[in-house]
Design a protein around this ligand. Structure first.
Ligand SMILES: [Zn+2]
Length: 274
């Protein structure tokens, strides 16, 4: 079954040889790495939208060291604890990782044949990496504001640090589907922020406000996960380079920075769509 829709006419797309085709004859080729580009030219704001190559490479290398794996474990156990899984073993779940970047969470979360996983991002560079490593998930270049996904088709929507559109979310989620959002809390990376800002004040997150007035989403869980990690050399440089903080550092300041203990802190929020 396909749940991917044609960006031109909204009919379903089906794999056919090395393409995805709709019944109106619109056809989209898989890239050599294996992702599919469903972003129409008029949806692009610039030629290579999304995070830049330096940030994506740094993120890929940093995440592959396992520093954020605890986040995946937390999300999995939260999902189990709220009774997401059916007792029937033959049920398949459609999981969408929206803003998947290099696909780190897409490929590592909920491993197993029961999961049909799709990663969507606006950046081709990230998806080239993702689809090269992970042949089990489907990676799509697409916009969060016009998702090439069928109505009421997603069981679990994961969104780690990237923008969403609430209307699109409601359109693609199944009734009773789950939405999990991960956001950094105010003190996330604060030791890095303190190096580049004279008077750093932790921000307050406000994501829950967007959903407060929307009665179709019920908050099931909110968890803060926090720890301090010691980073040195390449890992520290990657950690900084995967964020915009990179551009706040002076060249010599960054070169002389060899090690740092940093707070990593996230809020995981889980909603159920009624
Ligand atoms: Zn079409």
């Amino acid at each position: 079954m396909s749940i991917v829709t044609c960006p031109n006419c909204k009919f379903l797309l089906f794999p056919f040889e090395n393409t995805f085709k709709c019944q109106n004859g619109h056809s989209f080729d898989f890239s050599k790495d294996g992702y599919i580009n469903l972003l129409l030219a008029n949806q692009k704001k610039k030629n290579n939208p999304g995070d830049n190559k330096i940030m994506l490479n740094a993120r890929n290398e940093f995440l592959s060291q396992g520093y954020y794996d605890f986040l995946i474990k937390n999300i999995e156990s939260m999902t189990k604890s709220v009774g997401f899984f059916s007792t029937a073993l033959d049920v398949e779940y459609y999981l969408l990782d929206l803003g998947c970047g290099t696909g780190y969470y897409t490929r590592n979360i909920f491993k197993g044949k029961r999961f049909k996983k799709i990663g969507i991002d606006i950046s081709k560079i990230g998806l080239a990496k993702a689809s090269k490593i992970d042949k089990d998930s489907l990676y799509i270049v697409g916009s969060a504001f016009n998702l090439p996904i069928k109505d009421n088709s997603i069981d679990l929507l994961l969104n780690v640090f990237s923008p969403i559109n609430l209307q699109e979310l409601k359109r693609i989620l199944k009734p009773g589907g789950y939405y999990i959002k991960v956001i950094p809390t105010g003190d996330h990376m604060k030791q890095v922020a303190e190096l580049v800002y004279d008077d750093f004040i932790p921000h307050q997150s406000s994501i829950q406000k967007d959903f407060k007035s929307d009665t179709t989403f019920q908050i099931l869980k909110v968890e803060t996960v926090k720890k301090t990690i010691f980073l040195a050399d390449k890992d520290l440089l990657n950690f900084i380079s995967m964020t915009p903080y990179l551009y706040k550092f002076k060249q010599d300041q960054l070169a002389s920075l060899k090690e740092l203990s940093v707070t990593i802190s996230f809020e995981i929020i889980m909603w159920k769509y009624k």
